[in-house]
Design a binder for this molecule. Structure first.
Ligand code: DQA
Length: 157
């Protein structure tokens, strides 16, 4: 069974208690359980990983670049948190493992928030973007990744 990585960056371990008016009351373990269940329905194994450290996120992207090349992974759903707006290193990591499809995902509508959240270093190298659907966005991103793969590989269906 191919794997999909659900990757979360800094401060997303605080989901459930962090600014609930912005990010809701669902905790990260609950989001991860929802993602694993959605993966099962779609026929993929979902691995979840969260880190507050940029380098750990980069290492995980590299690992999935390798798994994708070996035919063992489908792609990655990635909420880079605040690193979205600052990290050239994450941009380069994703670019460096092309064609691993990375779907950028944000719980809140970053474009309706402060101007510093309108810029993303990840968007130019993302295969798709899901913004503003709350934590349901992770499931939208997983489904989009699977549908995109199916549409591009009709012979595998
Ligand atoms: C976020 C939006 C970012 O601007 C913020 O720094 C986060 C969460 C979101 O999911 O809405 O940590 O990525």
């Amino acid at each position: 069974m191919k794997k999909i990585l659900v990757l979360n960056g800094p401060n997303l371990n605080l989901l459930g208690t962090r600014e609930p008016s912005q990010y809701g009351a669902t905790t990260l373990p609950e989001v991860e359980a929802m993602c694993r269940a959605a993966g099962q329905r779609l026929g993929y194994e979902v691995e979840c990983f969260q880190s507050n450290w940029e380098g750990a996120l980069i290492d995980k992207v590299h690992e999935y670049g390798r798994l994708f090349r070996e035919g063992q992974a489908l792609g990655c759903v990635f909420n880079p948190g605040a690193l979205t707006h600052t990290s050239v290193a994450l941009h380069d990591a994703i670019k460096g493992v092309e064609p691993l499809p990375v779907i950028e995902c944000h719980i809140s509508n970053v474009h309706a928030r402060e101007p510093f959240r309108h810029q993303s270093w990840v968007s130019p190298v993302a295969a798709g973007i899901v913004i503003g659907f709350g934590v349901q966005g992770y499931l939208v991103a997983l489904e989009g990744l699977a549908r995109k793969h199916d549409a591009e590989n009709p012979h595998l269906r």
